[in-house]
Structure formats: structure tokens, C-alpha cells
Design a protein. Structure first.
Length: 586
């Protein structure tokens, strides 16, 4: 038994004094359970409704009315009903159920400070274990000390007060999982927030789990295409990769993530969007946009809004990760977006300060690096022996005035496999997505591209870098030679070509056609203001005149020299029509 075997004593509490016969039965039960005689004393407790509560050390046997109801409820929850047989199951459960002598460990709330409760009496509670309070609120153990523990509260902390009873559940925090979560909006505990009714879960996964080991992984070598030309051509993302999206406020970070989700339509990829500290109206608008474009069918939104407690904001990304792991271990591909981890770190800082942990740099606790590393390391491309599933993470981090050297950004940059840096100046100049070519990088690189995309992209990143360098150099010169002017015009055309409206991801063949045409200088003489119209017309022309070519590129992911020549030929034919007919040529 958990109770200490030295100097055991029992305390029996009830509203009315037990009879001698009842006392004798309790003494026999104690002798049988603890294999020794245990002294028993009775105490009056007017708050207890009918029944008895017996405490021996830290073991509590609750035979009150409330205890019986709770045991019966737990018993019913363990039964898995089939179709149309709920009533017979309940009747059978009532026939089968017997009140069991199950010991409970019960503690008492000492103090409640904001979202933190200090509890005594739970000497065997474990870190991360879920506790339940009399008011129905749940909490999670976050701090263990010699005589007491502290837990974070997931519900209304005002309903918990000093003296409240706390019970162990012997379970760690978990997330219900299953197909039913696709198309739904839930909170960090898996409770629906969209008013569409209850979700039938297929299982339950702990929100904290070890990351796959080296032998359980395989190389990242399959593309997770975003549909954004600026990213797929220069900073490709692979399935199982962790690619950071970083930039100042209002620079299009969420837009990049949402376009990536939209681009997974029809590709059998499960998408999970975790909103941390966002406005409820913003999340509602995002869900509406995804629904309107058919993306919610394969997407789950986990929402811990700005008005939610810091505890819920803290567990939200781990809950999303647990849901993603459910699908990954089924051999499926998962894309998960954490928007954003800056607010996640702030929520954790608030909890840590309330738990009286020592603050460090920028008042963050010393383990804030581990906060995100243990989350992002769970993204992986599993080995074929484990099903070959993958989970790709797109964490988002907000910077202040472009400062990527701040504490949280540098931490997450060192954890991830690359970053997409979105620059404010580019964004406000109309370059969207506002990808900074110099500061962005993918450490997986060409391994995450199809051969067609790798061949089509060529040296576009190098040419853009040369253009940016030449642009800075020529700012101080008014007399430029024709070759330099032509190079500047070509670079400006490439930059304009990389502009892409939101909610309009490109397919693989569209990206290949645009890149091959541009890098072969087909668009060299098109005015900048006409490039968007020319690109749209070119894609429509190529899909009409070269349908087999476009289909072959999408299916095989290959681009032969003959295919390249066919694309250039199509582009020049369309250019001739466009120039002959003006803008109406498209």
C-alpha cells in the first residue's frame, strides 16, 4: 500500500456516529488490507452527506454519496458503447457495478494565486499529473516541493479557494485524438468550440511525449510544397522538417502558413493550426477562409485565444503536437502550424514567475529553450518500419523591429532547420510574400525539391542576390551602361514575378512554367506593371496548349531537356501573341 506502514492510524469521518457493528467491520477491513491492526478513531463531519470517509495515512476510501457517484461515473466512462446499444449497456453497467474499496489520495488547497494553486497532502503526486478539484476544475502539477506542490489551473480559478478538496487522477495531461477532429475548432483540452456538438475520439495521447530517436527517423527527402513561388523555388520545405517563419508584426507570417495549408488540398496531408494568444475574431475569420476554400475538411484548429488562461496557452502547442502524432504514427503526413511561439513563451514566463521560479534573460526562466526544443523535436519523418509518416512544423515567431538576435528568436532559430524571414520594408513596398532572400535559408535545401522544381529554379537565388547587390551599388550612380540597366530590369522583373496574391498557391507545373520562362529571359521586355497579367495569361495558355506537359510534370516531378524547350517555346509563342494583341493577348 502507499500509506506508510509505521505507526498507521485510521480516521473515520461521518455526519453520524457509526454503530459498534459498523466500527467492527471497518477494523476488520483495515486489518485485512494492511495486514496488521490499525487503530481507528471517529470524527464528526457535518459536511459529509450519507456514508463514511476513511483515511489511513495518505490513502482515502470515500464511501460517501459523492464518492459513490464519482466511482459509478468513472465506471461508465470506461465502457465503450457500440451503435444503438447505449441503454442496454447502462442497464448492464448498473447490474454489474459494485462499490469498491479503492483508496484515493486527497489533498487540500492552501492558497490560490491567479492561475496557480498550492496543494498539500498529495505526497505521491507526479510532475505533469492531472488533479481534479471539488468545483470540477482541473489542474496540472508543475512544481514539486517537500511538503506541498503547485499546479496550474485549466478552468475558472475563482471557483477554487483555500480549503478546497483536491484529488489525484493518476493520469498525465492528454489530448483526445481521432478523425473526428478534422474540420473542427477545439480548445487546448480537445473540447469543441465551434458549436457543432461532441467529437467521438478514437484514442487519447499524452501531450508530453519523447521525440523519435535517430534510428526511428529517415532523411527528409519529400517536398511539403507551400504553393508560394518565392519559397518553393529558393527555400524548399521537406516533409518532417521544422521551418521557422519569422518577422515583425503584420508582415504576412500567418498568410504564408495559411497558403501552405490551402496548397495541401487533395494531397492527403492532415493540417493542424494552433492559435496561441490570437484574437478570437482573427481565428474566426481564418476558419471562415479555410472553410470557404474547402481546407477545413482536412484541418483541425486548436485555439487558445488571448482571453484564455496562460495555462491553456501553455499546453496548446503540445496538445496540437499530440494530435499530429496520432496521424503520423498511422503513416500519414501532417503539417502543423504554431502561431505563434512568441506568445507561447510569454505565457510560460507568466506561469513561471507565479511559480516563483528564478527569472533570467528578459525575465524568461532558464528552461525556456527546453520549452520549445522538446516540442519541435517531435516533428520527424519516421522510418518505414514505423509506417513512414511525417510531421512538418511551421513555428511562427514575432520579432521587434526586425531584431532576430533577441532571446526567443535566437533560441528557435537554433532548434529549427531553417527560417523564412519576412521583412517589413519589402512588405510595405508591395513585395508579398515579403521574403528576404539574404536572411532566409532552408537547411534541407534541394533534397526537399522534386527534380523538376530543382531544375527549373536553377540559379534564381544567386541572380536575385546579385540584383539586390547591384541595386544598392547603383543608388549612387546616375550614369549606367546598357548591360547594367538590363540586369537591373531583369532583377526587378524577377522580384515582381515572385509577388503572389494571398489564397492563390501555385501547383508544381505552374511554378515550373513560370520559372523556366523567366530564367530564359522570355519576360525581359514586359513592363513591371504588366507582369502579373502576363503571368496569368501565360499559365492559362500553357495549360491549354500543353496540357499533357503540365500533367506529366505534376505526376512525375521530372523535367527533361525536351520539356524545358517545350515550355520556352510555349512562352515565346504566348509572348508574340501578347505583344501583338496588347494586354488583351492573355
Amino acid at each position: 500500500m502507499r500509506a506508510s506502514r509505521s505507526r498507521l492510524t485510521g480516521t473515520l469521518r461521518s455526519a453520524q456516529k457509526p454503530t459498534q457493528e459498523q466500527l467492527h467491520r471497518f477494523e476488520e477491513f483495515l486489518a485485512r488490507t494492511y495486514r496488521r491492526k490499525v487503530p481507528l478513531a471517529w470524527e464528526e463531519d457535518a459536511d459529509l452527506r450519507s456514508g463514511f470517509r476513511l483515511q489511513v495515512g495518505s490513502d482515502v476510501y470515500d464511501w460517501t454519496l459523492d464518492g459513490r457517484v464519482r466511482q459509478f461515473t468513472d465506471y461508465l466512462r470506461q465502457i465503450q458503447p457500440g451503435k444503438d446499444d447505449l441503454l442496454p449497456l447502462m442497464q448492464q453497467a448498473m447490474d454489474d457495478w459494485e462499490l469498491a474499496a479503492v483508496p484515493e489520495e486527497i489533498g487540500t488547497v492552501q492558497t490560490v494565486d491567479s492561475e496557480i494553486a498550492t496543494v498539500t497532502g498529495l505526497s505521491h503526486a507526479q510532475y505533469g499529473e492531472i488533479l481534479t478539484f471539488d468545483s470540477g476544475v482541473r489542474g496540472m502539477v508543475q512544481d514539486l516541493r517537500r511538503d506541498e506542490l503547485s499546479c496550474i489551473l485549466f478552468g475558472d480559478s475563482e471557483s477554487v479557494s483555500a480549503g478546497s478538496i483536491v484529488r489525484r487522477t493518476l493520469k498525465t495531461a492528454g489530448m483526445p485524438v481521432g478523425e473526428g477532429f478534422l474540420g473542427r475548432v477545439v480548445d487546448a483540452l480537445g473540447v469543441p468550440m465551434d458549436g457543432k456538438g461532441r467529437i467521438q475520439a478514437q484514442g487519447h495521447r499524452p501531450i508530453e511525449a519523447p521525440a523519435p530517436g535517430i534510428l526511428e527517423r529517415q532523411p527528409v527527402n519529400a517536398p511539403m510544397e507551400t504553393g508560394l513561388l518565392a519559397i518553393d523555388s529558393m527555400f524548399p520545405i521537406g516533409r518532417g522538417q521544422r521551418e521557422l517563419i519569422i518577422g515583425d508584426r503584420q508582415t504576412g507570417k500567418t498568410a504564408v502558413a495559411i497558403d501552405t495549408i490551402l496548397n495541401q488540398k487533395g494531397k492527403d496531408v492532415v493540417c493542424i493550426y494552433v492559435a496561441i494568444g490570437q484574437k478570437t475574431s482573427s481565428v474566426a475569420q481564418l476558419v471562415e477562409n479555410l472553410s470557404r476554400r474547402g481546407a477545413m475538411a482536412y484541418t483541425c484548429v486548436i485555439n487558445a485565444p488571448a482571453g484564455a488562461s496562460a495555462a491553456l496557452q501553455y499546453v496548446a502547442p503540445y496538445a496540437g503536437c499530440a494530435l499530429g502524432e496520432h496521424f503520423m504514427h498511422q503513416g500519414r503526413d501532417v503539417l502543423i502550424v504554431y502561431d505563434d511561439l512568441s506568445k507561447h513563451a510569454v505565457a510560460y514566463r507568466a506561469l513561471s514567475l507565479l511559480l516563483e521560479r528564478s527569472p533570467g534573460r528578459e525575465a524568461f526562466p532558464g528552461d525556456v529553450f527546453y520549452l520549445h526544443s522538446r516540442l519541435l523535436e517531435r516533428s520527424a519523418h519516421l522510418s518505414d518500419e514505423l509506417g513512414g509518416g511525417s510531421m512538418t512544423a511551421l513555428p511562427i515567431v514575432e520579432t521587434q523591429a526586425g531584431d532576430v538576435s533577441a532571446y526567443i528568436p535566437t533560441n528557435i532559430i537554433s532548434i529549427t532547420d531553417g527560417q523564412i524571414f519576412l521583412e517589413s520594408d519589402l512588405f510595405f513596398s508591395g513585395q508579398r510574400p515579403a521574403v528576404n532572400v539574404g536572411l532566409s535559408v532552408s537547411r534541407v535545401g534541394g533534397d526537399a525539391q522534386t527534380r523538376a522544381m530543382k531544375s527549373a529554379a536553377g540559379a534564381i537565388r544567386l541572380e536575385l542576390a546579385q540584383y539586390r547587390e547591384m541595386e544598392v551599388f547603383t543608388q549612387f550612380s546616375s550614369d549606367l551602361d546598357d548591360a547594367t540597366k538590363r540586369q537591373l530590369v531583369y532583377g526587378q522583373g524577377l522580384m515582381r514575378l515572385l509577388r503572389q496574391p494571398q489564397y492563390s498557391p501555385f501547383s508544381q507545373h505552374q511554378q515550373v512554367v513560370v520559372l523556366v520562362s523567366a530564367l530564359n529571359h522570355v519576360m525581359q521586355d514586359i513592363p513591371l506593371d504588366d507582369i502579373d497579367a502576363f503571368r496569368s495569361g501565360l499559365l492559362a495558355f500553357a495549360e491549354a496548349e500543353g496540357a499533357d506537359l503540365c500533367h506529366r510534370i505534376d505526376v512525375t516531378g521530372q523535367l527533361s531537356q525536351e520539356d524545358r524547350e517545350d515550355i520556352v517555346s510555349l512562352a515565346r509563342r504566348y509572348l508574340a501573341q501578347y505583344q501583338a494583341g496588347g494586354k488583351q493577348g492573355g
